[in-house]
Write a protein that binds this ligand. Structure first.
Ligand code: 13P
Ligand code: SF4
Length: 299
């Protein structure tokens, strides 16, 4: 039996599902039951009736699945797969910020560790950040940890947003000069970028979208060629689902190394040996669940 067939067999035997983020390796995307962005995968995790969720992504995503489905076994096939941006916000510093701005509410991007979510009033993803901030009952928002997403949201709301000084090293490195060069090379191709990019990059794009939003745009757009400003793992899915269209990265080499750690063998081992289960303290689970459920309620 091939590795893929073994994975399918184990999945059935153990009543497991495999959730896969859009940046994962092609062969991992191919064995997924659901492929999506952070919001789509959180929703799936909160609704599944599988006993085991194998989460192919990074740790904050698997933690989110566990918090929303506490009775299920949630496995992260590669223990060390994390999000460097999530590690830029520490719970202790968020507590200090709350003391400094007692009238503000804390909106934390899902790209945070569970103890930071536990300090937050509501979470958001790149797909619903604007809606969440619009709907939350506060005029002052501490937005953790992505400064670029914070300033993107600020464009759409009158509220005061106090940004954290975090950033994604993959998206923050995409420059205005390189995307302008790509636009020159492909003048007929609309440029879509992730809202984790800098404001000056978003300004020259037709849209800033979550990875799930990009998948939808690619399907619905009449354009034959599309320029993509995000982690390049998504290109595999875009090309596979739209074989008649062409997709180009705004520049090559924008890779999130943590998203590339998980291999097919890791997925197989995760199912076979039930590795590595997400375990979180009860109090953190309870408080962070409130912030995640508030997000699902708002947007
Ligand atoms: P999405 O929710 O848009 O998939 O983004 C997740 C992420 O980590 C972006 O860097
Ligand atoms: Fe984190 Fe950026 Fe990687 Fe997304 S692409 S997981 S935000 S480091």
């Amino acid at each position: 039996m091939s590795l893929e067939e073994e994975i399918v067999r184990l999945k059935k035997e153990k009543n497991a599902i495999i959730l896969v983020h859009n940046y994962q390796r092609p062969e991992v995307q191919d064995v997924g039951d659901y492929l999506g962005d952070s919001l789509e995968l959180s929703r799936k995790a909160s609704k599944t009736d599988a006993d085991i969720i194998v989460f192919c992504g990074v740790s904050f995503m698997a933690e989110t699945a566990k918090i929303l489905s506490p009775d299920k076994t949630v496995l992260l096939p590669r223990k060390s797969a994390g999000c460097p941006m999530a590690n830029m916000a520490k719970a202790e510093d968020v507590r200090k910020m709350k003391e400094r701005y007692p009238d503000a509410k804390v909106v934390s991007y899902v790209n945070t560790n569970a103890d930071v979510k536990a300090e937050s009033d509501v979470c958001c993803t790149s797909a619903n950040a604007v809606e969440v901030v619009k709907n939350i009952d506060a005029d002052r928002i501490i937005f953790v940890p992505d400064r670029n997403l914070a300033s993107y949201v600020q464009r759409f709301v009158d509220k005061e947003i106090i940004p954290w000084d975090g950033y994604c090293y993959v998206h923050d490195r995409i420059t205005k000069e390189e995307v302008l060069k790509a636009k020159e090379e492909y003048p007929d191709a609309p440029l879509i970028v992730h809202p984790e990019c800098r404001g000056e990059v978003i300004n020259v794009a037709v849209k800033a979208l979550s990875t799930g939003g990009m998948v939808k745009f690619a399907k619905e757009s009449n354009a034959k060629r599309i320029l993509i400003g995000t982690e390049e793992g998504i290109l595999y899915r875009l090309k596979k689902e739209n074989p008649e269209k062409e997709f180009y990265p705004s520049v090559k080499g924008r890779i999130c190394w943590d998203m590339k750690l998980t291999t097919l063998m890791d997925v197989y081992k995760a199912l076979k040996e039930e590795k590595y289960p997400i375990l979180l303290p009860e109090d953190i689970m309870t408080s962070s669940r409130k912030a995640l459920e508030a997000m699902l309620h708002y947007a």
